[in-house]
Design a protein around this ligand. Structure first.
Ligand SMILES: *Cc1c(COP(=O)(O)O)cnc(C)c1O
Length: 369
């Protein structure tokens, strides 16, 4: 018997969420973002789930090549571009679009003779201050890139710092859009602005966010970028259900403590269940007492400290709990955002941290465990 811990990936939910993204931005083409192993779902599953996307975008050059090996023939975009001049020939050879965010990358393209034209996304730094050319340097970067014979289409791109909050006091989306528009004025080419947060605001900010391409990530995996509204509010479905089983039950009396650090102390007689799942599986070690979990269909909570291979849960509300009872850590019936928020993090981090030792299968919602 394998360990009962399993991540079930719902390809049908991935398709559904992509359709939601398209409905939010019907005028745009969509890059489905599959970086970080498709946010922990597996690159190949990302490709299958988002087969209807116009392109796949990611960070890792080796995984871009892997997508070609797996038979993906539509566009691929490297969101951080290339890391070394030796990567340039791969772009032409495998028809991979590259982001260009700094002068060093332009030099790499100038230096290498491209035997087949490539398409690039030129990135503008409109206030995020991670990657890109400042609006006042942007036209010069564009001209220098335009002069390279092997460069075909140049798409203008920027990234929002606060798209999850419509009117952020420090840097509003509308301010980033204003800077972007000023920077690209008079330059030919398509435009790419929105991540998930931008896509989900499209209904409110349709005019401002109008663009040729959107780049949704987290929403395609049934998570939200933050900002208060839930995945359900946006009509998004969970794409990963992490489930396991109770492997032991302990009967406690008043004063008994549980686990490392004896952090939890029973106030009276109670039952705790031991779940086969720990931080070495990607469950957040910082999940405090009260973090939600579902046992036998009943919502209850984590007690005591999460350890490497196990965690303990309160069985008080679970009537017929036994060894073998099904446990849902997140996903179907328990939004990952709720678990993340209880643990002081975001759904992104939980998905991406799913450990390689966790068995992964594919199935529709309701069929896991
Ligand atoms: C990761 C990433 C996205 C997707 O962001 P989400 O918040 O997951 O939607 C979009 N654009 C770029 C450049 C990214 O790096």
């Amino acid at each position: 018997m394998p360990r009962p811990l399993c991540a079930t990936i719902h390809l049908d939910s991935m398709q559904h969420n992509l359709a939601r993204a398209r409905a939010c931005a019907p005028q745009s083409k969509a890059w489905a973002v599959v970086k970080a192993n498709a946010y922990g779902h597996g690159l190949e599953r990302g490709m299958k789930g988002f087969v209807l996307a116009d392109g796949l975008a990611l960070i890792e050059t080796d995984n871009a090549l892997r997508l070609r090996e797996l038979g993906w023939i539509k566009p691929i975009l490297l969101l951080e571009g290339i890391f070394d001049v030796s990567d340039v020939p791969l772009l032409a050879e495998h028809n991979i679009n590259s982001t260009v965010h700094c002068i060093e990358q332009i030099k790499m393209l100038e230096y290498t003779q491209l035997y087949r034209p490539i398409d690039v996304h030129l990135k503008m730094n409109t206030g995020m201050n991670r990657l890109g050319f400042r609006p006042d340097e942007y036209a010069a970067a564009y001209k220098r890139l335009r002069a390279i014979p092997g460069v075909r289409h140049i798409t203008h791109m920027t990234h929002f710092a606060n798209a999850d909050e419509l009117e952020h006091p420090r840097l509003a989306i509308s301010e980033q859009v204003r800077r972007f528009r000023a920077g690209v004025e008079g330059l030919a080419g398509e435009r790419s602005l929105s991540n998930s947060a931008g896509v989900l605001h499209q209904e409110v900010l349709a005019q401002e966010l109008e663009n040729d391409w959107v780049r949704p990530g987290i929403m395609l995996y049934g998570g939200t970028p933050g900002g208060g509204r839930t995945a359900q509010d946006f009509g998004l479905r969970p794409t990963m259900t992490l489930s396991s089983e109770i492997i032991a039950i302990q009967q406690l009396v008043a004063g008994d403590t549980v686990g490392y650090g004896s952090r939890f102390e029973a106030g009276g007689p109670m039952q705790v269940g031991v779940v086969a799942c720990g931080y070495a599986d990607g469950y957040p070690r910082h999940a405090p007492h009260g973090t939600p979990v579902i046992v036998d269909g009943v919502r209850t909570s984590v007690v005591g400290r999460v350890s490497m291979d196990m965690m303990t849960v309160d069985l008080t509300p679970v009537r017929n709990a036994r060894v073998g009872s099904k446990v849902t850590l997140w996903g179907d019936g328990l939004p990952i955002d709720e678990v993340a928020s209880a643990a002081g993090t975001i759904g992104y981090e939980l998905m991406c941290a799913l450990a390689p030792r966790v068995r992964v299968s594919e199935g529709r919602m309701g069929t896991h465990g």
